[in-house]
Design a protein around this ligand. Structure first.
Ligand SMILES: Nc1ncnc2c1ncn2[C@@H]1O[C@H](COP(=O)(O)OP(=O)(O)O)[C@@H](O)[C@H]1O
Ligand SMILES: [Mg+2]
Length: 217
C-alpha cells in the first residue's frame, strides 16, 4: 500500500532522509519512532505529496506519486487522512463543520458520512463539543478534532504525525483503539512518535528513524 524505495531528501545544505526504503502493507499499522528533527514529518509530507523527494520512488496504492502533478496527487489525497502536528483546523468553524469538510472532500455519501461522524465523535468523546467553535477548545480537544477529521472518511491511508502529543493517557488509548479498528477495516496507518512508550504499543511494525536512516526494530 505504501512503498518508499531509496528515498533521499535534503533542505538547503542539510540531508534529512538518506536512502530510506520502507514498505507498509494494506491494513498494517507502522509506527516510526525518532527524536526531534529526525525527519518524521518530512517523511509523511513526502507520502502526502506535500514535498518532493530528491531521488527515489514513492508508491501509494500501486500508483507512483513521485513528482506527480499537484492536480494528479489531489485525487490520491482524497483517500488519505493527515493528522498534522499543528492540527491545521479552521478555528472559526465548529467541530462538526471541520469534520464534515473532510467528508465533502472525500466525496463520502451523506448517509455513510453521518454514521461515520457519529462513530468518531463517540469514540473520541467529542459529542458534547460538536457545535462549539474550534477556537474555544482546549489543545487536547483540538487534537482530537484533527484526528476525527482525518479518520471520518475511512481513508485508504492515515498519516498521523505525533498524534497523541497533547493527549492524556485515556484519550491516547481511545485514539489507538480507533487506529486499530480502522486498520482492521483496511486503512493503512503510518504514525510517528518521539515517545518510546507510544512506540512500544506497536510491536508488530515499528521502525526507528535516526541519523537520516530507517532502522527496523
Ligand atoms: N521546509 C523546510 N526547510 C528547511 N528545513 C526543513 C524544512 N522542513 C524540515 N526541515 C529540517 O529538516 C529536519 C527534519 O525535520 P522534520 O521532518 O520536521 O523532523 P521531525 O518531524 O522528526 O521532528 C529538521 O532539521 C528541520 O529543521
Ligand atoms: Mg515532526
Amino acid at each position: 500500500m505504501i512503498k518508499l524505495f531509496h528515498v533521499y531528501k535534503h533542505y538547503d545544505t542539510q540531508s534529512v532522509l538518506d536512502d530510506v526504503t520502507l514498505v507498509v502493507k494494506k491494513g498494517d499499522i507502522c509506527c516510526i519512532v525518532g527524536p526531534n528533527g529526525s525527519g518524521k514529518s518530512t517523511l509523511l509530507k513526502l507520502i502526502f505529496g506535500q514535498e518532493n523527494p530528491d531521488r527515489g520512488q514513492i508508491i501509494i496504492n500501486n500508483k507512483n506519486v513521485t513528482h506527480m502533478s499537484q492536480w494528479a496527487i489531489s485525487s490520491i489525497r482524497q483517500r488519505m487522512g493527515f493528522i498534522f502536528e499543528d492540527c491545521q483546523l479552521i478555528l472559526r468553524k465548529t467541530v462538526i463543520q471541520n469534520i464534515s469538510l473532510a467528508l465533502t472532500i472525500a466525496g463520502t455519501p451523506l448517509k455513510q458520512g453521518r454514521q461515520n461522524i457519529d462513530r468518531v465523535l463517540a469514540t473520541l468523546e467529542l459529542e458534547h463539543k460538536k457545535n462549539d467553535a474550534v477556537s474555544t477548545l482546549a489543545a487536547g480537544e483540538k487534537q482530537r478534532v484533527s484526528i476525527a477529521r482525518a479518520a471520518v472518511s475511512d481513508p485508504l491511508v492515515l498519516l498521523a504525525d505525533e498524534p497523541t502529543g497533547p493527549l492524556d493517557s485515556t484519550a491516547t488509548a481511545k485514539v489507538f483503539a480507533l487506529f486499530r479498528s480502522m486498520s482492521m477495516r483496511g486503512t493503512t496507518v503510518l504514525l510517528t512518535t518521539q515517545n518510546q512508550d507510544v512506540a512500544a504499543k506497536f510491536p508488530q511494525h515499528r521502525v526507528m528513524l535516526n541519523h537520516r536512516k530507517i532502522i527496523p526494530q
